[in-house]
Design a protein around this ligand. Structure first.
Ligand SMILES: [Fe+2]
Length: 180
């Protein structure tokens, strides 16, 4: 959630935020419109509604993400990369646009994208696919906090990692018993 404030001591005010999702073109099975071609017209359309525009760039390749950041610099408040589910440490501001290759994920830090690692290692050893199993050890909330001025230009971007307190690590087992 974004809040605008005129000084760090003042409480913020809720503002309208537009969010656009762009899909990368490299290594993806999904085909969407060219994100580089659609970037400017879509962001201009959204900026007519609100100065606070955030783009989620869902892509595999770091190089494509960095090029997309350069293309989006100055056109929106933030471009937040996603897909790899591993938080990167490359956050920066390019001409008023906050960027990071991946904001991370919320879930077990001892997993691969939320999946139990032992099952996946066994798959690599045997070449036999298996059912995935959720991992719940050492959970963290991850993301970024972006501060912006009244014009929607990013002032700062900070990575966020908040561990879930011990004792709250496990989700309750679902009740799958059938009644009646
Ligand atoms: Fe993905």
């Amino acid at each position: 959630m974004f809040k605008a404030r005129s000084s760090p001591d003042e409480p913020g005010t809720a503002v309208k935020v537009a969010v656009a999702v762009f899909l990368g073109a490299n290594f993806t099975r999904l085909r969407a419109d060219n994100p580089f071609r659609e970037l400017k017209p879509l962001l201009e359309k959204l900026r007519a509604e609100t100065p606070y525009v955030v783009a989620d760039f869902h892509a595999w390749a770091t190089g494509e993400k960095r090029l997309f950041f350069a293309a989006a610099a100055g056109l929106c408040t933030a471009v937040i990369g996603s897909h790899s589910r591993v938080q990167t440490a490359d956050e920066t501001i390019l001409d008023g646009t906050a960027v990071i290759c991946d904001a991370g994920r919320t879930g077990s830090t001892e997993s691969v994208g939320g999946t139990d690692t032992a099952v996946r290692i066994q798959e690599y050893l045997t070449g036999i696919p298996d059912w995935t199993k959720d991992a719940w050890d050492k959970c963290e909330l991850q993301g970024v906090i972006v501060e912006a001025d009244g014009e929607g230009r990013a002032l700062s971007i900070k990575r966020l990692r908040i561990p879930v307190p011990a004792g709250n690590q496990k989700m309750p087992e679902p009740d799958i018993s059938e009644e009646g």
